[in-house]
Design a protein around this ligand. Structure first.
Ligand code: ADP
Ligand code: MG
Length: 394
């Protein structure tokens, strides 16, 4: 960690003349244990923050310009705080400019500053490097202005940056967990109320292991937006069918409503609805399973989540299925599922701590044999959310 921080400071000095008076903000990546595609349906999700994170070193520069160096991508870009338009190049700069703009929209004062950003969250790997980047930059921008910002306000600003200014219609999970996570706890987030409860997430007997398929399918974004539209249609149709029940979002449906809906809903829409409704119910059960340390039951829920995402929601991929099936055949595994939006990305597996080494070896070998790709594998424990790691000295 110290080596990494020194490397960041060295980069800062190279680029901006000195590293005096530099502060550092840090925000973690995340993995979702269960509750997939429930967030934008105003439902429940259960993510943890992981030990991979993004650090933004910052210093105010007495101007209206924000300059950002991405050590990760080895590119630098600048934008003016007075420019309404989003910068075009480098392409990732809009994530930072979007946060600055969203903060200003919320009347949070922002000042010009220099930033050096470094990340150990893989970019585009489904572990939410984007939210880690936004939150680290958001904390840095507000700290550079000498302000402390309410965490929820920052969450909304970062969410707005991504959904409005980057143009990715995401739910609030990623930004939320990056800000509110705690070590040893999973974050049960209610995406309707934007409130959370912390759920003890034991890491002595069992571990969560994330396996990255190393595959990203092009259709991920278009299919994501299509699923959102299908869910909206599901809400409209369900509200018409279940007249007595107010249905504002799929979150308002219970598993008990499904048989009535099945008769009348378009079959594809019905399967989408069934996934969201059953997944939401699984999150509630998973919270109890975790609290009771009932890993068998937790594993069954994770497996059922995968089946539902593959068959009803249609967002798995051959590589994700291969990875999950491989995990299911390993000793000590309680359950395994795809995690994240789908069409590539990662799986998450709950496994006996004593079997982790053997599991990682077998997964790497087995997946390579089947696909020719080398998977990245991360053993995860729930970590703390974002924080200022070094305040800017006075
Ligand atoms: P994920 O959030 O799953 O990693 P996304 O596609 O949502 O994937 O976000 C990845 C994008 O976020 C990158 O392509 C880049 O534009 C931006 N990004 C994230 N971290 C960094 C970073 N350290 N430096 C520059 N851009 C970053
Ligand atoms: Mg993202």
């Amino acid at each position: 960690m110290i080596d990494r921080e020194n490397a960041i400071l060295l980069e800062f000095k190279d680029l901006f003349g000195s590293s005096e008076g530099v502060g550092m903000a840090q925000a973690p990546g995340r993995v979702n244990i269960i509750g997939e595609h429930t967030d934008y349906n105003e439902g429940l999700v259960l993510p943890i923050a992981i030990a991979r994170n993004t650090i933004a070193a910052f210093r105010a520069n007495d101007s209206r310009t924000v300059t950002v160096r991405s050590m990760t991508l080895e590119e630098t870009g600048s934008f003016s705080l007075d420019d309404e338009a989003m910068p075009g190049e480098p392409s990732w700069l809009v994530y930072a400019a979007g946060v600055a703009r969203a903060l200003q929209d919320a009347e949070v004062p922002v000042v010009g500053c220099d930033l050096v950003v470094d990340s150990t969250v893989p970019l585009g790997g489904g572990l939410s490097s984007s939210a880690a980047f936004e939150v680290a930059v958001g904390l840095a921008l507000t700290a550079a202005a000498g302000r402390e910002i309410d965490r929820k306000d920052l969450m909304w600003a970062c969410h707005r940056a991504e959904s409005e200014y980057v143009g990715m219609r995401c739910g609030i999970m990623d930004q939320y967990v990056a800000l509110f996570a705690e070590e040893g706890k999973a974050v049960l987030l209610d995406c309707r109320t934007a409130d959370h409860k912390l759920v003890p997430c034991p890491t002595d007997m069992v571990k969560f292991v994330v396996c990255d398929t190393a595959v990203r399918h092009e259709l991920a974004n278009s299919e994501y937006n299509r699923r959102r539209e299908e869910c909206e249609q599901g809400v409209e149709q369900a509200a018409r069918i279940l007249r007595a029940k107010p249905v504002r979002a799929l979150r308002d449906l219970d598993p008990g409503d499904l048989s009535e809906l099945q008769q009348e809903l378009d079959p594809v829409i019905f399967r989408r609805v069934r996934h969201v409704v059953t997944e939401n119910a699984r999150v509630k059960e998973a919270v109890n399973a975790l609290r009771d340390r009932n890993y068998v039951s937790m594993g069954v829920l994770m497996d059922a989540s995968h089946d539902s995402l593959r068959d009803d929601y249609g967002v798995s991929s051959p590589e994700l299925d291969t990875m999950v099936e491989l995990a299911w055949s390993q000793r000590g595994v309680y359950g395994s599922r795809m995690t994240g939006g789908g069409f590539g990305g990662c799986t998450i597996t709950l496994i006996d701590s004593g079997r982790v080494d053997e599991f990682c070896k077998n997964m790497a070998l087995g997946y390579q044999e089947r696909t020719g790709e080398t998977p990245s594998i991360y053993v995860c424990s729930p970590e703390d959310g974002a924080r200022i790691v070094h305040p800017m000295p006075d």
